[in-house]
Design a protein around this ligand. Structure first.
Ligand code: SF4
Length: 355
């Protein structure tokens, strides 16, 4: 059983982050933000894919000025990503739901003060987004690009905001190195109760980003650390959401949809299990009820797995069993098994939803 760190709850638009709120999944558009049509189109794609919060880059004033129209055409909470120029944050703060600043490159603290003032007036939070590759000089000189340096930067900036009476804060500590990312979050977690935005940055193509994020974010989630997250993938927008949701589900943090238990390649398999599981995955993708289902290739482990599964199939030679809560409900030819299994899953999902 995962015990989550109890963090302070903040809101990005209508999405709660921290406290007992579900862990949200975020992503970021790659359009030129000032191209309103393209940006709205990407945000809508993310929304459709199940994204909870979206962030857009704001590299110049034209981008900042475009945010008003973007905001009026979307319903996802909007975060403005600001580097270097604090004036962009002041403009963005007039319309967005959260400002992300990289304290290492925003410059003099008087500028951060102005950003805090603008966010206080609108009642919106700030993400202190520390990146190991762009730490403030004093921390990089002392600690290099280490987890210690990231934590020192985060603590310094938290204190700066707190001294201004501002506590609507969330924090990220991202590095492209998995170990350093995990170390930094683990080090900082006991020192405050602000919600954490998790991510391994610049994680690469979908294959490597999935592996790195599963290791890094998975380790943290199992420690009870993390309130919102983004998976960085050099790839398409929808993939970030798909991988993020899968990490939450497969780490056991989120109960959402089917948990499919199925056999690996094995010399005892007595059916075309690869096709069966892939068909089951497609036909049950719409199901949101948290069910455990097992699809087993022979009787060796099938009965054992079926006992703890809501619905199960045990394949034999040319035929097999469908089981519900460990009880056999049908013995059918191989061709009929998937249909019956999907029927039983849908009916179990309906019961779960009506509970
Ligand atoms: S249940 Fe049978 S097919 Fe599946 S992994 Fe075990 S021995 Fe292999």
């Amino acid at each position: 059983m995962i015990k989550r760190y109890k963090t302070k709850q903040i809101f990005v638009g209508d999405v709660a982050i921290g406290g007992d709120a579900p862990i949200s999944v975020q992503s970021m558009t790659y359009s030129d933000t000032k191209d309103v049509e393209a940006t709205v189109e990407q945000i809508n794609r993310l929304h459709f894919a199940g994204c909870d919060i979206v962030r857009v880059a704001v590299p110049d004033m034209e981008d900042a000025l475009a945010l008003k129209e973007i905001k009026s055409r979307i319903s996802l909470p909007l975060v403005a990503d600001i580097h270097f120029n604090y004036k962009l944050a002041l403009e963005a703060a007039k319309v967005v739901d959260c400002i992300r600043i990289n304290p290492g490159n925003i410059g003099e603290k008087s500028r951060v003060k102005d950003i805090v003032k603008a966010c206080t007036q609108r009642g919106i939070p700030i993400r202190i987004g520390v990146n190991s590759g762009s730490l403030e000089k004093q921390f990089e000189n002392k600690y290099g690009q280490s987890a210690e340096g990231m934590v020192a930067s985060a603590e310094y900036n938290i204190k700066f905001l707190e001294d201004l009476g501002f506590d609507q804060i969330k924090i990220s500590l991202k590095a492209s190195d998995v170990q350093r990312t995990v170390d930094a979050y683990r080090m900082l977690r006991p020192k405050n109760d602000y919600p954490f935005h998790l991510g391994v940055t610049e994680a690469g193509t979908i294959f490597h980003a999935t592996v790195k994020s599963s290791i890094g974010l998975g380790a943290l989630l199992l420690d009870g650390i993390g309130d919102t997250m983004r998976i960085s993938i050099t790839g398409e927008l929808e993939e970030e959401i798909k991988v993020g949701k899968a990490i939450l589900k497969d780490s056991g943090v989120a109960k959402d949809g089917l948990n499919i238990i199925s056999c690996p390649t094995c010399g005892r398999i007595e059916a075309d299990l690869v096709s069966a599981v892939s068909e089951i995955e497609k036909r049950t993708a719409h199901i949101k009820a948290p069910l455990d289902v097992s699809v087993m290739g022979c009787v060796v482990n099938a009965i054992g797995e079926a006992k703890s599964a809501d619905v199960a199939i045990a394949y034999g030679k040319g035929q097999g069993l469908v089981m519900v809560k460990g009880e056999v409900v049908a013995k059918l030819n191989e061709k009929e098994l998937v249909d019956r299994f999907v029927q039983e899953v849908e009916s179990a999902a309906l019961k779960e939803e009506n509970k």
